[in-house]
Write a new protein. Structure first.
Length: 257
């Protein structure tokens, strides 16, 4: 198994949900954490929390992954002791709206495309040359069941997650022989702030997404990420699809209540 003690792990979207759980699990394993997101108050609180819970060290970077220049500069200007990133968890992402394509809001589309596709690309582009130069590293992308199926009104969000799948496969091909592994962890429904963000703060609509069955928890997904990261160096998990037991496809959920 790959031991995570002292490994430098960069997690995007670390202030909530799956990213926060990934930070918790990597901290408990004694890794060094670079946690990124936009909300500074949460980053500050988590910096000390993860240090107290076992992380070898923690550094927070306030970063909007949609800003390519800021991403290049933040990662490019890391001090030497923080620049040798071993594991990149490309988790920052969001959905905005659930509308038929003909009614979609352009701003929602742009936010999803800029965050889920371009943001993931900017961060990866900034991190990969270092990993290749050191002859090793691991990129773990957070895709979705929405990258395998398209569901009604999911149009652009599903397109962004299909793109994550294509980028993952492109990375696996292009990085062959470099020592850099690339995985994608693709969950079904996970109870996080995701639906609050999708429905622009409509808490009733957001909570109804998770009613009548047990969704995945963000910890379930973080454990899958950790599984990928701890395989021996000759093993690469290409793709892991992780669903609640009550979900058979993007749209088929066994709701009892
Ligand atoms: P949350 O809303 O709980 O977390 C999203 C995280 O992304 C937050 O930390 C947020 O932090 C960060 N983020 C959003 N936009 C940006 C940005 N522009 N720059 C930097 N950070 C950003 O949702 P989840 O934990 O559920 O989502 C995490 C990933 O998992 C996403 O890629 C999502 O598509 C994917 N996913 C989610 C599923 C679900 O059902 N919840 C299922 C399958 C995949 P901040 O606002 O502070 O910047
Ligand atoms: C998030 C899961 O089904 O809402 O990617 O698209 S879903």
């Amino acid at each position: 198994m790959t031991n995570l003690t002292g490994k430098l792990v960069l997690i995007t979207g670390a202030t909530s949900g799956i990213g926060e759980s990934c930070a918790r699990i990597f901290a408990a394993a004694g890794a060094r954490l670079l946690i990124c997101a936009r909300r500074q108050d949460r980053l500050t609180a988590m910096e000390s929390e993860w240090r107290a819970s076992g992380a070898a060290d923690v550094r927070a970077i306030q970063l909007d992954v949609r800003d390519g220049r800021a991403v290049t500069s933040a990662i490019g200007s890391l001090p030497e002791s923080w620049s040798d990133i071993d594991i990149l968890v490309n988790n920052a992402g969001l959905s905005r709206g659930l509308d038929p394509i003909q009614d979609g809001e352009l701003q929602d589309w742009e936010e999803m495309i800029d965050t889920n596709i371009k943001g993931l690309l900017y961060v990866s582009r900034a991190v990969l040359p270092g990993m290749i130069g050191r002859g090793g590293g691991h990129v773990i992308n957070i895709g979705s069941i929405a990258g395998h199926e398209v569901y009604p009104k999911g149009n652009v969000y599903c397109a962004t997650k299909h793109a994550v799948g294509a980028i993952t496969r492109g990375m696996q091909l292009d990085l062959l022989g470099t020592g850099v592994r690339v995985s994608t962890v693709d969950p079904g429904l996970v109870e996080t702030e995701f639906s609050m963000v999708r429905f622009h703060g409509d808490s009733e609509r957001a909570s109804s997404v998770y009613k009548g069955y047990t969704p995945l928890s963000p910890d379930d997904v973080a454990e899958a990420v950790c599984y990928c990261a701890t395989r021996p160096p000759h093993v690469n998990i290409h793709e892991m699809i992780l669903m609640p037991a009550a979900q058979a496809s993007a749209t088929m959920v066994d709701r009892r209540a």
